[in-house]
Design a protein around this ligand. Structure first.
Ligand SMILES: NC(=O)c1ccc[n+]([C@@H]2O[C@H](COP(=O)([O-])OP(=O)(O)OC[C@H]3O[C@@H](n4cnc5c(N)ncnc54)[C@H](OP(=O)(O)O)[C@@H]3O)[C@@H](O)[C@H]2O)c1
Length: 279
């Protein structure tokens, strides 16, 4: 397949490019090479390539900065996917767009499936939800894939914190927020199998076990052996600008029926992550 990849130097972009089978014809664009918020640039760069699929891994992901820079939040996280959807429709490409667990408000307290009604708390969540809707309305031959608590890409919260932990530092992990920790490599490996199903729609793709970052770091501490210590933190102590859901764990009522490999356990995810991170 000919593939266009946006946001290629982000955590998911790099994990995907490291795993994509060599027979695919991949055209990867980092932020400098293609700004998805620039309508004309997207149309002029993507359409002449005529890709079979466009994989949008680009996003303005710094959740707190989305609160203070709403113009960029809606430009990059809502209009960016709109531009890609228009390009995909014009040339008959399949669009894969990545969205977030932060479209939910966390009030449900049990994992959210695809039939739950979104109610975002933050600017980031509202902008990403608007992006999902543009994609589904403009490009019906598309996949919207919601993910959350993704780790192991190198620059994410867990990768940075584990580097400090293994160097002997004491690290804090939130103990009163829960999600679906998902190893980025396991997510990346499932993107093309999902495309190959041809079963367009909205899917949740997350690790199968809800956990807090404190629980995850405590398990990392056990697996990694002689490292620093982990202390529980409460979200209120951090005073972060963007409101975040208490529990945004994801489950899926659809992906078990698609014939793609189920997401591995938290234990397998952490072991695969640590095999990379500690080597
Ligand atoms: N990581 C998670 O836990 C998580 C959770 C929920 C959803 N997601 C979603 O997963 C997807 C992949 O995120 P990630 O984890 O790989 O995040 P990431 O590491 O922050 O990567 C995002 C990439 O997008 C680029 N980018 C930002 N604005 C852009 C624009 N206007 N045009 C083109 N590129 C732009 C960034 O480049 P610069 O850094 O140079 O700006 C960065 O390389 C995103 O859709 C994100 O919303 C991730």
């Amino acid at each position: 397949m000919r593939l266009v990849v946006t946001g290629s130097s982000g955590d998911l972009g790099r994990a995907f490019l490291a795993r994509v089978p060599a027979h695919h014809d991949v055209h990867a664009f980092d932020h400098a090479a293609l700004d998805v918020g620039d309508h004309d640039a997207v149309r002029q760069v993507v359409e002449p390539l005529g890709p079979d699929a466009i994989l949008n891994f680009a996003a303005f992901t710094r959740v707190d900065e989305n609160e203070s820079d709403q113009a960029r939040a809606f430009r990059d996280n809502a209009l960016g996917p709109q531009h890609l959807a228009l390009a995909a429709r014009a040339i008959g490409s399949v669009l894969v767009h990545i969205s977030t667990d932060y479209v939910f408000d966390g009030e449900k307290r049990t994992p959210y499936d695809e039939t739950d009604v979104p109610s975002p708390l933050s600017v980031y969540g509202r902008a990403k939800l608007a992006g999902e809707r543009f994609v589904r309305e403009i490009a019906p031959e598309s996949f919207v894939v919601r993910v959350g608590y993704v780790y192991g890409g190198g620059n994410d919260y867990l990768s940075r914190t584990v580097r400090r932990l293994v160097s002997g530092e004491t690290v804090g992990g939130l103990a009163d927020r829960w999600g679906s920790p998902t190893f980025v490599g396991h997510l990346a490996e499932r993107i093309l199998p999902l495309v190959a199903t041809g079963r367009f729609g909205l899917y949740h793709l997350g690790g199968p076990q809800p956990a807090s970052w404190f629980e995850v770091l405590s398990r990392v501490q056990e697996l990694a052996g002689s490292v620093g210590s982990v202390e529980p933190q409460r979200a209120a102590e951090l005073g972060l600008p963007a409101p975040r859901p208490v529990s945004s764990a994801l489950t899926s009522v659809f992906t078990p029926h698609l014939g793609i490999d189920p997401m591995p356990s938290l234990e397998e995810g952490l072991k695969d992550f640590l095999a990379d991170a500690l080597s």
